[in-house]
Design a protein around this ligand. Structure first.
Ligand code: 8ID
Ligand code: ZN
Length: 349
């Protein structure tokens, strides 16, 4: 039985806060499914969305969230390849046109008509959420829905970022923000992909977590006297990591990355600190043949591959579960950089 009302966390004005209240249950359109969200991860993007700190407007009022794992409970008349009762994931890319040149080449995140869960359409911080059937993640029944939730954005994004980094098995990748939500997943995927990992973040607790997840070295940006030298030294032969994944929500590490990346190395920008710019010395970029690029979530194939790493037990990032009603507290901890791994909210409380 699908109720007519449900609990949700609603952003009523840019800057927040979130308000826990009852709202109507949405109805799926002809090409959409309705997912009974059981658990949702809390991504730093949700905080950016509430604060309105990116140069892209959100819908308002807004239900955030884009790591929602649950069960399909209703579907539109055109939906054929997913059934009621199947497990599905509400991810950042809620829907795309599937007809533009980007969609045709499996670059759906670049679709100019993309709908974004928890940003331009309501997302997973509610008990029932709608998404285009073509785009919901297919979650195998054996996957625990709370544990798989962080894969739906953090996992997909870092897995794609590692592929974009060009790093090959046996090479070294530096993960900046390695103790956070994306970072904890990145350490795991990198290790599963046969890479050596240098984790960079702040504090001893995040260091312990990075090492436990498989990082061979940890550099603490809050205490390091010479971060560039330390990262290079940690790369084995001292020439620097072959690739860098920038996941931090701060501008400074973006400036440092081109200094320690190996010659011919690739710097991948993923974190999106507000109002930040990427500055790199032209001379070094040229004579050391450095590549700088961005990476933005993943396509449907990346999604299923990232989930399959999880299903096989190759990635298992740390998470804590609290009630959806406690989302405000999670945002406070996130603002202070105090979260190791991910928080997952349980929509039943
Ligand atoms: O598709 C994308 N590109 C995509 C997808 C999902 C998320 C991008 N994002 C963006 C988010 O919007 C956010 O800007 O990635 C960023 C990281 O998201 P997150 O992992 O969910 O955030 P977090 O859990 O707060 O982790 C951030 C970590 O960065 C560390 C913090 O200590 C924290 O552990 N950090 C900071 I802030 N400054 C640092 C520094 N100077 C740093 N780590 C190393 N050096
Ligand atoms: Zn996200």
């Amino acid at each position: 039985e699908i109720p007519t009302e449900q609990w949700a966390q609603v952003v009523e004005k840019s800057g927040g806060p979130v308000v826990y209240k009852k709202i109507p249950v949405p109805k799926p359109g002809p090409d959409e499914v309705l997912v009974n969200v059981k658990f949702s991860g809390v991504c730093h993007t949700d905080l950016h969305a509430m604060m309105g700190d990116w140069p892209l407007a959100t819908k308002m009022p807004l239900v955030g969230g884009h790591e929602g794992a649950g069960v399909v409970v209703a579907k539109g008349e055109l939906v054929r390849d997913i059934e009621i009762g199947d497990h599905a994931g509400i991810k950042w890319i809620n829907g795309t046109c599937l007809a533009c040149t980007f969609c045709m080449q499996a670059d759906e995140p670049l679709c100019p008509h993309a709908l974004l869960s928890g940003y331009t359409v309501d997302g997973s911080f509610q008990q029932y959420a709608v998404a285009k059937a073509a785009h919901v993640a297919r979650i195998p029944k054996e996957c625990d829905l709370a544990a798989v939730a962080p894969v739906l954005c953090a996992g997909i994004t870092v897995y794609k970022g590692l592929k974009e980094s060009g790093a090959r098995p046996g090479q070294t990748v530096a993960i900046v923000g390695a103790g956070g939500g994306l970072g904890s997943m990145a350490v795991q995927y990198a290790r599963a992909m046969g890479l050596h990992v240098i984790g960079i973040d702040g504090g001893a607790e995040k260091g312990d977590s990075c090492r436990a997840l498989g990082a061979g070295a940890y550099v603490d940006f809050t205490t390091s006297k010479d971060l560039v030298a330390e990262v290079k030294a940690a790369s084995g032969d001292g020439l620097g990591p072959h690739a860098v994944l920038l996941l931090a929500v701060s501008e400074k590490p973006f400036q440092q990355a081109t200094e320690y990346v190996r010659s011919r190395g690739i710097v991948v920008c993923i974190g999106m600190p507000a109002n930040a710019y990427f500055r790199a010395p032209v001379f070094d970029t040229v004579v050391r043949m450095i590549t700088i690029k961005g990476s933005y979530v993943g396509n449907r194939q990346d999604t299923q591959e990232a989930i399959d790493f999880f299903r096989r037990g190759l990635v298992k990032a740390p998470f804590k579960t609290v009630g959806l009603s406690e989302l405000k507290d999670v945002y406070h901890l996130m603002e202070e950089g105090k979260i190791v791994g991910r928080y997952v909210v349980d929509t039943s409380r």
